[in-house]
Design a protein around this ligand. Structure first.
Ligand code: HEC
Length: 174
């Protein structure tokens, strides 16, 4: 697809409410991103485990977060992976003992060169523990520029992150 065609199809998926809808391209790209992360042991059965900590809404009751790099379609980029744990009786110790048992969702920000400079080229996804792209209550897949131009969703909230990089935890990824 040419750059112009991509711009045109990008404009077409712009809804009347100005919220950016995820299209097939985003969902398919999210699948490739999951495979890349799985290959690097960042998600899936052999995922690296880090120390669980008490989370904040809307991420899970207990979280862990990794920064890494991964390669999708020959392009390398920074990937921030936040695993969201929850459920009746969840605790940091319980998650440390059996992470897979409590995992509810995997939220990811991937720096995709040239994707959308206005939102710092981050590609946003919310996956099920098995790597399916999750949907919001309206049935819209949570992949791509989620929450851009809307009053809820990943970008809408991450706009409040210090340093203007949409990342809360640090200012390393201008
Ligand atoms: C209502 C606010 C809010 C929404 C909506 C939200 N987040 Fe976050 N997110 C946060 C906060 C606050 C942190 C930092 C807290 C922490 O690291 O424990 C964070 C941290 C993260 C991080 C770690 C990098 C960082 O910014 O520190 C990732 C990755 C992430 N969120 C992905 C997502 C994705 C993907 C979505 C949408 C599916 C999303 N978030 C929706 C508030 C939000």
């Amino acid at each position: 697809m040419t750059k112009t065609m991509m711009a045109v199809s990008g404009a077409l998926i712009f809804s009347a409410s100005q919220a950016v809808m995820a299209g097939q391209e985003e969902v398919s790209y999210a699948g490739k991103l999951w495979s890349a992360m799985e290959k690097n042991n960042l998600v899936g059965a052999n995922a690296i485990v880090s120390v669980p900590y008490t989370g904040v809404h809307p991420h899970g009751a207990i979280l862990d977060t990794l920064d890494a790099t991964t390669t999708v379609e020959g392009e390398s980029g920074v990937v921030l992976i936040k695993r969201n744990y929850g459920g009746e009786g969840v605790s940091k110790q319980a998650v440390a003992n059996s992470p897979a048992k409590w995992l509810k969702a995997v939220t990811v920000m991937y720096k995709r060169e040239g994707y959308d400079p206005e939102t710092k080229d981050w590609f946003w996804v919310k996956y099920s523990p098995g790597g399916e792209v999750l949907k919001n209550p309206k049935g819209m897949p949570l992949a791509g520029k989620v929450g851009k131009g809307a009053n809820a969703g990943c970008i809408a909230c991450h706009k409040a992150a210090p340093g203007g990089d949409l990342v809360f935890n640090n200012d390393r990824y201008k």
